[in-house]
Write a protein that binds this ligand. Structure first.
Ligand SMILES: Cc1cc2nc3c(=O)[nH]c(=O)nc-3n(C[C@H](O)[C@H](O)[C@H](O)COP(=O)(O)OP(=O)(O)OC[C@H]3O[C@@H](n4cnc5c(N)ncnc54)[C@H](O)[C@@H]3O)c2cc1C
Length: 299
């Protein structure tokens, strides 16, 4: 027994999913958005860089998006987690809890999860004085003492990028990430130093981060930090579709939001390790809507 059939079931109501659904509704497509309502950016109070909404709370942005969407009779929204998507004769069966929905097409917009280096106090400061997205949050640290902490081998690249905002930058490899002698010399020319001792924790008080504490007990004063997480898209529910993913586990598309399975589309952070920004995800959602509408017409 299914709960209804739709032109498009959108999985995920972040900016990618909501933007797609809004434009699909406006294309007079019957669209259902299913969302577990666990936004990755809920840790922060302010979102930056979204045109006309710079500094808005991320939850307020989602609320505004949902209100705009739900004003359309073609659109519906349910707060529920999708557990499986299976192919059917005419499209797909999307299952969420005890409910199943028929979909001609499916848009995957479930974003990413972040796996961080293990630091006991990370959650205390994450989203306020510790961040992961430079484009989103580094402006507030212009010329201030900051840290870059990570364990991946692209830290030199990330440090160079971060030096655009502040050259008072120390890169903490946690004793794991490799930075070549040539990269270290190039970073030094920008005023950036590399610290290879393992990191024990973050230090801070009510005002926020005050330093990075090393395993030998020394605390190096810093006013803000950028983490380099390892990103992992949330795609367990779509495992049965056997979608093509890249080396990071992100969905591979044809550049026009079509995945390797006809009728399944993807937009937002699920498709790419960067740039991970609200406006980029919303743009991808809008693009997905236009492509899906055309494909449903067969043109
Ligand atoms: C702490 C933090 C701060 C950030 N600050 C900024 C900023 O200032 N500016 C900026 O531009 N970007 C910022 N970002 C990045 C931005 O949040 C993301 O790029 C953007 O949210 C990606 O949008 P999305 O729609 O692809 O995915 P998300 O916004 O991650 O939305 C995915 C949705 O899918 C849902 N979902 C997951 N699994 C399921 C399932 N099985 N069934 C149903 N629903 C599911 C989730 O609950 C979630 O609602 C920040 C990110 C973080 C982590």
């Amino acid at each position: 027994m299914t709960e209804g059939s739709f032109d498009v079931v959108v999985v995920g109501a972040g900016p990618a999913g909501l933007s797609a659904a809004l434009n699909l509704a406006r294309a007079r497509r019957r669209v259902l958005v299913l969302d577990s309502n666990r936004p990755r950016n809920a840790a922060t109070l302010k979102s930056h860089g979204y045109l006309s909404r710079d500094g808005i709370s991320p939850l307020e942005l989602r609320k505004l998006g949902r209100e705009e969407l739900e004003a359309y009779p073609e659109a519906s929204y349910e707060k529920i987690a999708v557990s499986t998507i299976e192919r059917s004769e005419d499209g797909f069966v999307v299952t969420a809890g005890a409910k199943s929905f028929l979909a001609r097409t499916v848009l995957i917009a479930t974003g990413l999860t972040e796996v961080m280096p293990v630091l006991p106090s990370l959650r205390t400061f994450y989203g306020t004085s510790v961040h992961s997205c430079m484009e989103c949050d580094a402006y507030e640290y212009a010329d201030r003492p900051i840290a870059l902490i990570g364990e991946t081998d692209d830290l030199a690249f990330r440090a160079t990028l971060l030096s655009q905002w502040s050259s008072d930058l120390i890169v903490f490899t946690n004793g794991v990430a490799e930075i070549s002698a040539a990269d270290e010399t190039a970073l030094a020319a920008r005023g950036v130093t590399v610290e290879r001792r393992p990191v024990a924790d973050l230090a801070g008080d009510r005002t926020g981060l005050t330093g990075v504490t090393l395993s030998d007990g020394e605390t190096i004063p810093r006013e803000g930090a950028f983490m380099r997480p390892v990103y992992a898209p949330k795609l367990d529910y779509a495992a049965g579709l056997e979608l093509h993913v890249d080396a990071d586990g992100c969905l591979v598309t044809d550049g026009s939001t079509r995945t390797s399975v006809p009728g399944v589309y993807a937009a937002g952070d699920s498709t790419s390790p960067g740039p991970q920004q609200l406006i980029v995800a919303a743009g991808a959602g809008g693009r997905a809507a236009a492509i899906i509408n055309r494909d449903l017409l067969g043109i």
